[in-house]
Design a protein around this ligand. Structure first.
Ligand code: HEM
Length: 409
């Protein structure tokens, strides 16, 4: 056994920044040690401005059980280890469904859900394809480029912007703001002279501007649905601002990171790349699900116990913070056969990349569609694609990301 396996700090952003790309950047050994020896353990978190410790839950069954149990483990105190939350009103944030519980959560989710029906999402496909084709062709013309900057960040940014009705010229700015707020531990995403409070203020104000634009010019997009709900007084203007922020943040980095981790994985598994190339006319759903499992962009989901709970002989007290490690659950051999093998035809594949339970990702089908369109268009539009060797991970233990991935066509 590597001596460090009982010590590696799973909350340390540097553990993810320095991850080994050949091992998917994740501390697999540490997670395996936890699942086997200490499946529910209170561990410290040394990041300034974060909770000092949490019960780390690492097995697939336990992670799923915690996320499916909102009566004992709530979201209202935040879903990250940060000590104050941008979507919790008591912390000075604007309320959003991701950190709501019970009736308030159901009400918000029901309202917003109308903009995410399968029919609405199907209607995006042609448009997503046009966006993907444009950005891929531009990147390919360069011959050698950064996949994250040129391609993976572009489709999610445009997709979310379309949902929200963000004009073309404002999109890069919105992406810079959401990066700065979502990955505060990564200095590359910080904005000079602005702290998180300033940046949040910009996003909230911008949410109101967008609402005004849609009010004047309503459409069938998600933002029009939200504005309509706000105008019927079913949603407060604070909730409206919180919603724009959540959607911009939730839909941007996660999808970008999934695509980048997935391409990196394909470089390390050339036989799987070949398998995909042979099926690029219509990439099978199993391949998208395996890319999602493999990438697990959200490392853990935080919950707060509101009652005493016994788990694996440990006593979680009411008020304690619990971190359900999706990145460990998705590689638990008790759920996935040979979990460290990338198998694009894996079935079944009950990954928890989008979480499970009442907060399961609202944009899951949008993200799936984006990934399918992106990889179908990428494969169709490129002959051989190879890594140039430059890979850089984000310094973040909540949203694990790829910042740069050099490729050559
Ligand atoms: C690969 C891409 C994505 C991943 C990995 C991802 C992951 C997640 C996870 C893990 C949650 C659950 C949070 C919790 O349990 O506390 C979540 C919730 C959410 N996601 Fe995503 N997401 C992705 C893409 C998207 C997209 C594209 C959108 C919007 C179009 C979106 C919108 C949301 C919203 C609104 C919620 C809150 C749902 C609720 O609290 O009921 N996500 N996402």
């Amino acid at each position: 056994m590597t001596p460090d396996l009982d010590r590696i700090d799973v909350f340390d952003p540097d553990v993810y920044a320095r991850g080994d790309p050949a091992r998917n950047g994740l501390p697999y050994g540490r997670y395996a040690w936890l699942r086997e020896h200490d499946p529910c353990v209170r561990l410290p978190c040394a990041i300034p401005g974060h909770e000092p410790s949490a019960w780390v839950v690492s097995r697939f069954d336990d992670v799923s059980a915690v996320l499916r149990d909102p009566d004992r483990f709530v979201s209202g105190h935040g879903v990250t280890m940060r000590a104050s939350h941008t979507t919790v009103a008591g912390d000075g944030g604007k309320p959003a469904m991701i950190t709501m519980d019970g009736a308030a959560h159901s009400r918000n989710r029901r309202l917003v859900n109308r903009g995410f029906t399968p029919a609405v999402i199907r209607s995006f496909e042609t448009h997503f394809r046009t966006i993907a084709a444009g950005v891929i062709d531009r990147a390919v013309a360069l011959g050698s480029f950064d996949f994250v900057g040129e391609i993976a960040s572009q489709l999610p940014m445009h997709a979310i912007s379309d949902l929200l009705g963000v004009p073309e010229a404002d999109r890069p700015q919105l992406a810079r703001w959401t990066n700065a707020v979502s990955s505060p531990t990564d200095p590359d995403y910080a904005l000079p002279g602005e702290d998180i409070g300033d940046v949040l203020g910009h996003i909230w104000d911008y949410g109101l501007e967008l609402a005004e634009l849609r009010r004047k010019n309503p459409g069938t997009d998600v933002m029009s649905t939200i504005v309509d709900a706000a105008d019927q007084e079913a949603l407060t203007s604070d909730e409206l601002m919180g919603f724009v922020f959540t959607l911009a943040a939730a839909g941007n980095e996660t999808t970008r990171n999934s695509a980048s981790h997935a391409l990196l994985a394909l470089f390390h598994h050339p036989e799987q790349m070949q398998w995909l190339r042979e099926r690029a006319d219509r990439i099978p759903d199993s391949a998208i699900e395996e890319m999602l499992r493999w990438s697990t962009p959200v490392v853990y989901m935080r919950r707060t116990a509101i009652t005493d709970v016994e788990l694996h002989d440990r006593h979680i007290a009411a008020g304690d913070v619990v971190a359900a490690f999706c990145a460990s659950a998705n590689f638990d051999p008790d759920e996935f056969a040979d979990p460290q093998d990338l198998r694009l035809d894996r079935s079944p594949n009950r990954h928890v990349t989008f979480a499970v339970g009442p907060h399961v990702c609202l944009g899951a089908h949008v993200a799936r569609l984006e990934l399918r369109v992106l990889f179908e268009e990428l494969i169709r539009r490129t002959g051989t694609l190879r890594a140039t060797g430059s890979v850089e991970y984000a310094r973040d233990s909540y949203l694990r990301g790829v910042k740069r991935l050099g490729v050559q066509v």
